[in-house]
Design a protein around this ligand. Structure first.
Ligand SMILES: [Zn+2]
Length: 385
């Protein structure tokens, strides 16, 4: 049921030039508040920005409209297939659970004219397990070889320096792409400032919105899955749980979207890439470490992956990106942490894999696991008081 509480208007799009970039812009009016939101690429790649079509903006603003019960309107036409999929399939599903999202109408001219595309196969590069797995499984000999790597400034880089961080990650991506002989396209934006959101709850809609902005380049976009397919469920808090549905609803007459990685687990992805030479130099598991630097080795993501690589007997291969000597020196503590944590899905996976593998687990690791569990229990009790 539509419970309209206002409007979200997407104005006619135009191209602007600034800071060496070509920017696809639109005036967005949300209940009277007005923002110009833009997607920017290097000027030489201007031809890859979509023209006279609202697809990226509709996808970007869908969660905002659904949360605020805002009827969406667009002056530019929208791809007919995308409109049907969002209006009739994705939105009713997202609104079927919880009360965060509400069904809203999208009033817009429609077009079924395909966008003329260069036919590129594009995927994001972060150096993370999910991203490396997608690139590894879509190599030159695959049925769908990746041609372009991308970094989207979609809101994941936080703080005052978010555009500088985007540039740093783009530069890192360029070096990786050069090594693999792939092309790049980097899409900058002001969405972090113009449309602040809880990123985890909107990440997939954001990334897909950026992919829709470069339809004249991409005929396929590969969204790397963070979860295996069996974990699919409707969630308004963590958008990635919806991905199997979202990707099937985000394509157009000219852009196909797939979700590689949903067919396996994080351990399955690590097993696959652990014999792939580029991963030895580029795996970036870490929550804390900056792009291009060694992983810290002791945040939870580092410890999940290191425990699994230890169990596979592949630790030494990753000495360019982890301090393996330090890991081995603190093996009981590092493994103890993984054994102690039964809350994180990926941690449970790593612990189970480690036990099944038959790899040596120092007795002290079990003692450390007990200490970690006690510390967490005490912390929780303290918080309850
Ligand atoms: Zn780390």
């Amino acid at each position: 049921m539509n419970t309209d509480k206002g409007t979200l208007k997407i104005g006619k799009t135009w191209i602007e030039h600034a800071e060496g970039q070509a920017r696809l812009c639109s005036h967005i009016r949300i209940n009277g508040r007005e923002e110009v939101i833009w997607y920017g690429v290097n000027s030489e790649q201007e031809k890859y920005l979509i023209r006279d079509r609202s697809d990226p903006f509709v996808m970007l603003l869908l969660p905002t409209a659904m949360r605020g019960s805002l009827t969406m309107t667009s002056e530019d036409p929208m791809s007919e297939r995308l409109h049907y999929q969002l209006q009739d399939l994705l939105m009713p599903a997202l609104c079927s659970k919880g009360d965060r999202y509400h069904y809203v109408n999208i009033f817009t001219p429609l077009t079924n004219e395909p966008v003329s595309s260069e036919g590129a196969v594009v995927t994001g590069f972060s150096g993370g397990v999910d991203s490396l797995y997608t690139i590894f499984t879509h190599g030159k000999d695959s049925l769908l070889p990746v041609t372009h790597l991308t970094v989207f400034n979609s809101g994941v880089y936080e703080g005052r320096n978010y555009r500088r961080n985007f540039q740093r990650f783009s530069e890192n991506c360029r070096r990786f792409a050069d090594e693999l002989g792939l092309k790049t396209i980097f899409v900058d934006s002001n969405v972090y400032e113009a449309l602040p959101e809880d990123y985890i709850s909107v990440v997939s809609y954001r990334l897909l919105s950026f992919a829709l902005a470069i339809q004249p380049l991409a005929s396929v976009y590969l969204l790397s899955s963070g979860y295996q397919a069996e974990l699919f469920h409707i969630s308004s808090e963590r958008a990635a749980y919806n991905d199997l549905l979202t990707v099937s609803c985000a394509g157009t007459e000219s852009l196909r979207i797939y979700l590689p990685g949903a067919e396996t687990t994080r351990i399955g992805k690590l097993e696959a890439i652990s014999s792939w030479d580029p991963s030895f130099r580029w795996l970036s598991s870490c929550i804390w470490t900056d792009s291009g630097k060694k992983n810290c080795g002791h945040c939870k993501k580092c410890m999940w992956d290191l425990a699994a690589l230890y169990a596979m007997g592949r630790l030494e291969n990753y000495s360019p990106v982890f301090d393996i000597e330090d890991y081995k020196k603190h093996l009981p503590q590092r493994i103890g942490f993984v054994l102690s944590n039964t809350v994180d899905l990926h941690c449970r996976e790593s612990a189970a894999y480690l036990k099944q593998s038959g790899a040596y687990i120092p007795p002290l690791a079990y003692k450390c696991a007990e200490l970690f569990r006690d510390a967490v229990d005490k912390g929780e009790k303290k918080n309850e008081r």
